[in-house]
Design a binder for this molecule. Structure first.
Ligand SMILES: [Zn+2]
Ligand SMILES: [Zn+2]
Length: 826
C-alpha cells in the first residue's frame, strides 16, 4: 500500500491517542471529506465556493484515521425519515442516509435547523445535501443553515463544519444566486454541483448515489428544460428594469426579452414545484465480499502466501497442480449491497417521465438490480401517491421492498416541535382564546380511526422512522425512535395537579383590569375587526420554543398582512390555522411588510409566496411585498425559479414625505391600505441597521397597531406609537444585558416598557426575545399594567386586549421553575 511518512508533533500525539488504531501508514488515496469535495468539484461545470479550510496536521490525521474505517463491512447504515414540518405540510420532510462516518441528507425544508435542535440531531458530519427539486419546499431551510455555517461564532448546529457538498437539479446555481443578497457564501465551505442525469453525485467506498432526472410532460405544458431555467437565473444580476421602485418580480422574466426565456417563464404554473427537472435518487451500497476459507484453498492446492491475497482481491490463481482456482472456489458468497430509492414525483405532470424511466426500471422487477432494492422512500405528495398511474409504477418493484411514505404520513398526526407544543398546551390551560392549541394537538375528527395510507402496502413515514440497512441481521423497518404521541389533555392534567396549576386556578379567569380605560375604538370593535397572531417571537436563530420573527395581522373580510416573514412562517401558519385555513388566509393575504434585511425577518418569504400561488392557482395576481431595497434582487431571482408572483415596493416609499416615489409604488401602497381598511399605513426609520423600519397601521375604524421592528429605543417609535391601541415592541435582552442591547442595536425589557409608557400605548406586547430565554424572558416588576409577553402562535384579538395584563401573573406562576440552558444567541 502506498504510504506517506507521518512526522510526529505534540498535536499528532494527541490525535493518535484519540484514534483507536495506529494507522501510522496512511492510504495516500485522498479520501478525506475535504479532499473528496475538492476533487469532485474541480470537474468542469462545478463550482467550489471556497477551498476547504486548511486542516491542522492533527485534524488531518484524525480525518485520515477515521477514513480508514470507510469499510462497508464495518459501518452501520440506515435511512431515516426526518419529519421536518410533518405538522406543516407545505414543507418537504428530509431523508437521512446514515453511515457511521458519513451522512447524506435529501432535502432541507424550512424549519430544518429548529427540527435538529429539538431532536438533538447533530449533522456536523453531514457530507452532502441532495435536493430532489429546486424549490422553497425542498430547500427553504438551506439559507438559514448556510448562515449558521457561516457564523461559526454563533455556536450553531453546523458551525465549524468543514464543508458541505450541495447537489440539486438544474436551477441550483440560480437558487444560490438568490441567497447571495443575505448570505455571504464565501464564508461557507460549500461545494455546489448541478446534477447530470445518471451521473453519480456521490461515489465512495460506502455508497454510490445516482440521480435520475425527470421532466414534466408536455401535457402540462411544463416541459421546460432545466437548462433554460438556469439560464434565466444564472447570468442575470437581478431585474433589468431601470426605474428603481417599479413593481418587479413579476416582470423579471419579461424584462429578459428573449423569446425562449419568455416561453419558459410562461410555462411556470403557480403551485407547480419549480420549472425544471426533478431528481429521484438511487443510493447503492456495495456488496460485502464473503469470507476467505483457507481450508478450502489448502484442499484445492493453493500455495500459502501472497496467492491468498490475490484470491481475496478477486483474482484467479493457479494451484500447485496447475488448475485455475477462482475466488468463488475459496470464498463464501458475497452479501449483496442493498439499494435505497428516494422518489419524488411532485405532480401528475411528472408521471409519464417516471413511468418511462428506463434507469429506474433497472431497479424494478425484471431489471438486473430488482432484488437489491430494500426500501423506497416516497417524497411524492399524498395526492400523487393516490393516483392509479403512480400506484401502478410502485407495484413494479419487488414485493420484498418496503415503501416508506415520507411526505404522506403523520401529517395530521403529531407536532414535530414537541417542546413548543407542550408549552402551548400549558398556555392553552391559562386562556384558550389567546393561546389556542396548534392544529396537530386538536382532537382528530375520526378519533381512533386508522390513518389513510394512500399507497397500498406502504408504511406511514412517521417522524424518525428508520429502515436499517446494515448490519444485515438488523435489516428492516425500525420504529424504536418514533416519538410517543403528545396529548394536550395529559399536559393540562399534569399542570392542573401541580402546585403552579393550583395557584393559577386560584387566580380565577382572566378579566379586564380594574380601573382600565379602554380606547373608544374598542367599544365598536367586534371579534372580526383585527387579530394579531404571533408566528415567531424569537431573535436571530430559531430555537426549540420560539421561531424567528413573523406576525400575522388579520383584518378578516378586509384581508390580511404579514409583518416580517422569518424562516418557518408558513409552517407556523399551518400549525395555527391548519392546511385549509392557511390556504384561505393566503388567498386573502394582501401584502407582506419586511422590516429589514436581517435573515430572521424574511427568509420564509419564498415559501409563503409559493404557497400563496398554489392556493390561488394559475391566475394568482402579484402580491405586494414592501421590503428594503436589498431584497429586491433576491425576489427577482426567486421569481425565475418558482411560480410565486410578487410585486416589490421599496419600503422607503411608505415613509411619510418620501421623495421620488414612483407612481406604481404609490398606487400599490394606496391600494394595499384601502384593501385592508386602513386610513394610514406608514413605515418609519428605526435605529438598528441600514434601512431598518417600524410600521404603523391606523384603521378607518379607529384602532392603531404599531410594530417597532428591531431597534434601539428611539424617538421615531415613541412618535409612531403615540396613542397606539396595541404596540408590538422588540425586547431582545433583559435589563442585565443593557450593554449587549446597545452593542447589537436592540432594546432591553425596560427600554421597551419605557417607550410604551412614553407613547401612552393602551397595550404593549413584547417580542423578539433572544434565544437565550428559551421559554419566557426575565419578567420582573416592569411587567405591570399594560404590558404583555408574546409567545409563538399566541392570538390577540382586539376584543381580548382589556384582559391581556391579567395573564401576566399566571405566566409568572407557570414559568416559575428555572429555565433550561439557552441555545443560540441574538
Ligand atoms: Zn431580528
Ligand atoms: Zn435585526
Amino acid at each position: 500500500m502506498p504510504g506517506l511518512l507521518l512526522v510526529a508533533t505534540p498535536h499528532t500525539g494527541r490525535a493518535l491517542r484519540a484514534a483507536p488504531t495506529q494507522h501510522l501508514v496512511l492510504n495516500r488515496e485522498p479520501s478525506s471529506q475535504a479532499h473528496n469535495i475538492a476533487l469532485r468539484f474541480s470537474a468542469p461545470g462545478s463550482l467550489l465556493l471556497r477551498s476547504p479550510p486548511r486542516r491542522t496536521l492533527a485534524g488531518f490525521v484524525r480525518a485520515m484515521a477515521k477514513d480508514q474505517d470507510l469499510n462497508p463491512a464495518n459501518t452501520s447504515a440506515y435511512v431515516q425519515v426526518l419529519g421536518v414540518g410533518a405538522d406543516a405540510p407545505s414543507s418537504s420532510p428530509s431523508v437521512l442516509l446514515f453511515f457511521d462516518r458519513q451522512r447524506y441528507l435529501f432535502n432541507m425544508g424550512e424549519g430544518f435547523q429548529r427540527y435538529c435542535v429539538e431532536h438533538r440531531i447533530k449533522l456536523a458530519r453531514m457530507s452532502a445535501l441532495l435536493l430532489t427539486r429546486v424549490s422553497a419546499a425542498t430547500a427553504g431551510g438551506l439559507p438559514g443553515s448556510l448562515l449558521t455555517m457561516a457564523d461559526s461564532s454563533a455556536g450553531g448546529l453546523l458551525a465549524g463544519q468543514a464543508s458541505m457538498a450541495l447537489h440539486g437539479p438544474p436551477g441550483l446555481s440560480a437558487l444560490l444566486n438568490a441567497y447571495r443578497t443575505f448570505v455571504n457564501l464565501k464564508d461557507v465551505g460549500l461545494g455546489m454541483q448541478e446534477l447530470q442525469h445518471a451521473q453519480p453525485a456521490v461515489a465512495n467506498e460506502l455508497v454510490t448515489i445516482t440521480p435520475f432526472l425527470l421532466t414534466a410532460g408536455e401535457a402540462e405544458g411544463a416541459a421546460a428544460a432545466g437548462g433554460e431555467v438556469s439560464a434565466l437565473g444564472a447570468g442575470r444580476e437581478g431585474p433589468t428594469s431601470t426605474s428603481d421602485a417599479e413593481v418587479t418580480a413579476g416582470s423579471t422574466r419579461e424584462a429578459a426579452g428573449k423569446d425562449g426565456e419568455e416561453r419558459a417563464a410562461k410555462r411556470l404554473k403557480p403551485g407547480e414545484p419549480g420549472p425544471g427537472a426533478v431528481a429521484c435518487y438511487a443510493a447503492e451500497l456495495p456488496d460485502i465480499p464473503g469470507k476467505f476459507q483457507p481450508q478450502k484453498a489448502a484442499a484445492l492446492g493453493v500455495p500459502r502466501g501472497p496467492t491468498y491475497g490475490r484470491l481475496v482481491r478477486g483474482e484467479s490463481v493457479l494451484s500447485t497442480n496447475g488448475s485455475t482456482i477462482t475466488p468463488a472456489d475459496v470464498m463464501d458468497p458475497a452479501t449483496p449491497g442493498p439499494v435505497v430509492l428516494v422518489v419524488d414525483c411532485p405532480s401528475a405532470a411528472y408521471l409519464p417521465a417516471l413511468a418511462a424511466s428506463e434507469d429506474l426500471q433497472t431497479f424494478a422487477q425484471g431489471g438486473n438490480k430488482a432484488s437489491k432494492v430494500a426500501c423506497i422512500v416516497h417524497l411524492t405528495p399524498a395526492g400523487v401517491l393516490a393516483l392509479p398511474e403512480y400506484q401502478a409504477w410502485a407495484a413494479r418493484f419487488d414485493p420484498g421492498a418496503s415503501h416508506i411514505l415520507a411526505s404522506a404520513a403523520g401529517k395530521a398526526g403529531q407536532p414535530v416541535m414537541r417542546a413548543a407544543a407542550g408549552v402551548q398546551a400549558k398556555l392553552n390551560a391559562l386562556d384558550a382564546t389567546v393561546f389556542p392549541l396548534q392544529q396537530s394537538l386538536l382532537p382528530s375528527d375520526g378519533a381512533g380511526s386508522e390513518r389513510a395510507i394512500p399507497l397500498p402496502g406502504g408504511v406511514a413515514g412517521d417522524n424518525l422512522l428508520r429502515f436499517n440497512l446494515r448490519p444485515v441481521a438488523k435489516r428492516g423497518l425500525d420504529s424504536s425512535e418514533v416519538p410517543e404521541a403528545l396529548s394536550a389533555e395529559a399536559v393540562r392534567a399534569e399542570l392542573a395537579a401541580s402546585p403552579a396549576g393550583e395557584a393559577i386556578a386560584a387566580l380565577g379567569p382572566a378579566a379586564a383590569v380594574p380601573g382600565d380605560h379602554p380606547p373608544p375604538c374598542l367599544a365598536s370593535a367586534g371579534p372580526r375587526s383585527l387579530e394579531v397572531t404571533f408566528l415567531g417571537t424569537g431573535a436571530a436563530v430559531p430555537s426549540k420554543y420560539r421561531n424567528v420573527t413573523g406576525t400575522l395581522v388579520d383584518c378578516f373580510e378586509a384581508g390580511a398582512l404579514l409583518v416580517d416573514c422569518g424562516e418557518g412562517t408558513l409552517g407556523q401558519l399551518e400549525r395555527s390555522l391548519g392546511r385549509a385555513g392557511t390556504a384561505a388566509l393566503l388567498r386573502r393575504l394582501r401584502g407582506v411588510w419586511i422590516s429589514h434585511i436581517h435573515a430572521d425577518h424574511h427568509v420564509g418569504l419564498a415559501s409563503v409566496l409559493a404557497a400563496r400561488a398554489a392556493a390561488l392557482g394559475a391566475d394568482a395576481p402579484a402580491l405586494t411585498v414592501l421590503a428594503p431595497r436589498s431584497l429586491r434582487r433576491a425576489l427577482g431571482a426567486y421569481a425565475a425559479l418558482e411560480a410565486a408572483p410578487c410585486a416589490w415596493v421599496d419600503v422607503a416609499c411608505s415613509v411619510p414625505g418620501a421623495a421620488d416615489v414612483p407612481e406604481a409604488s404609490a398606487a400599490a401602497l394606496a391600494r394595499l391600505a384601502a384593501d385592508l381598511g386602513l386610513a394610514r399605513l406608514v413605515s418609519f426609520r428605526v435605529e438598528h441597521c441600514a434601512h431598518a423600519y417600524g410600521l404603523a397601521l391606523e384603521a378607518a375604524a379607529g384602532w392603531k397597531l404599531v410594530f417597532s421592528g428591531d431597534t434601539r429605543p428611539c424617538e421615531a417609535v415613541r412618535d409612531a406609537a403615540r396613542g397606539a391601541t396595541l404596540l408590538v415592541h422588540e425586547a431582545t435582552f433583559e435589563d442585565e444585558l443593557a450593554e449587549e442591547a446597545l452593542a447589537k442595536n436592540h432594546c432591553t425589557t425596560s427600554e421597551a416598557v419605557d417607550t410604551a409608557a412614553a407613547a401612552g400605548a393602551y397595550r404593549t406586547v413584547l417580542t423578539h426575545f433572544s434565544q437565550r430565554y428559551p421559554k419566557i424572558p426575565v419578567i420582573d416588576a416592569n411587567f405591570q399594567g399594560s404590558v404583555g409577553i408574546a409567545f409563538d402562535l399566541m392570538r390577540i384579538n382586539l376584543v381580548d386586549l382589556p384582559r391581556l395584563p391579567s395573564l401576566v401573573p399566571k405566566l409568572k406562576l407557570l414559568f416559575a421553575e428555572p429555565e433550561d440552558a439557552g441555545v443560540g444567541d441574538d
